[in-house]
Design a protein around this ligand. Sequence first.
Ligand SMILES: Cc1cc2nc3c(=O)[nH]c(=O)nc-3n(C[C@H](O)[C@H](O)[C@H](O)COP(=O)(O)OP(=O)(O)OC[C@H]3O[C@@H](n4cnc5c(N)ncnc54)[C@H](O)[C@@H]3O)c2cc1C
Length: 336
Amino acid sequence: MRRDSPSGGILVLGEIRSGRLHPAALELTAKARLLADDMGAEVSTLLLFSEIDVKPETLIGYGADSVICVRDRRLGLFDQEVQSRILYRIIRDTRPGIVLAPATTSGRSIMPAVAAKLRTGLTADCTGLDIDPETKQLLQTRPAIGGNIMATIRTPEHRPQMATVRPRTFAIPASDPNRAGSVKELTLPDHCFESRVVPLGLERSDGDDVNIQDRDVVVSGGKGMKKQENFVLLRDLAELLDGGVGASRAAVDNKWIPYSHQVGLSGKVVAPKVYFAVGISGTVQHLAGMQTSGMIVAINKDPEAPIFKVADIGLCGDLFDIVPRLIEVLRGRKGV
Ligand SMILES: Cc1cc2nc3c(=O)[nH]c(=O)nc-3n(C[C@H](O)[C@H](O)[C@H](O)COP(=O)(O)OP(=O)(O)OC[C@H]3O[C@@H](n4cnc5c(N)ncnc54)[C@H](O)[C@@H]3O)c2cc1C
């Protein structure tokens, strides 16, 4: 759509996975609230689902002025064609100025299809969003050129301005129980749910059993781990701390651990309370996935390793000496 089409508030696409509201819906609604306050605009959050584990009005406490619900049994299994068609239709009818979605697998597949149909731009994988105080345009910031620079992108000519945002980029504030808003249930005609795809079911892929993004402690290993068998050390340490195991891309590329454990620019973004970087040098691409962690503990034998610049605790030495000693101390404390 050209910019001169009437455009208004911010529309957030909230994700529901297997009947559970993804935390990114709260995160993006809260961020949209801050942006909307800078623009003097309203926030609507769109939920497409067959079942949901929370009341849709929950989103109001996080900043939505209205929650638009499409509840239909045909939305139980993710279908890109159907969800894109519904999002397109709602954008066409409500004419938001900005549309935000999480940069999850589904957000990353729906948003490009809708942006292409609307003939507008899309900035994928943003790690920062702001409103230009003068033009009121959305400033969409994301890593570029292999993560070596941060690029700020605008969509000056077309509307809506569309962006996907990496989950866990922004903090989720506490809910405000006093906020007021409305919940609208939409019933859509049958043809909206037609699809060339027949979803048969949902299966987890190997290694996806542990979602490291949900853990309070993540113990990640890099090329310094030397071989796959040595990851048992990290699994032992993680287990004692009730944490998950992450990895650098070098470890994943060496097939020491599945991709679902990769942390960084082309992997997952994690923000646990404690992040262990073991035998990881700390390139910008790795930091992009963990630098907002509460506390960073780096174990590296190279005192010049860049990871020490972001570490709260740096242990300089051989990991094959340090990690077994940490495990021993923790086992001693736990009496196991
Ligand atoms: C577009 C793009 C996207 C990328 N995405 C990602 C990403 O998502 N995640 C990611 O991690 N990388 C990513 N990378 C790759 C990144 O640039 C680095 O190559 C990678 O992070 C390096 O992994 P590493 O730190 O494990 O290995 P290295 O850089 O080789 O570091 C190994 C470290 O182990 C230490 N070490 C070795 N032996 C020991 C020992 N015995 N005891 C203690 N320390 C030891 C060394 O001192 C060294 O610091 C990306 C690159 C590009 C171009």
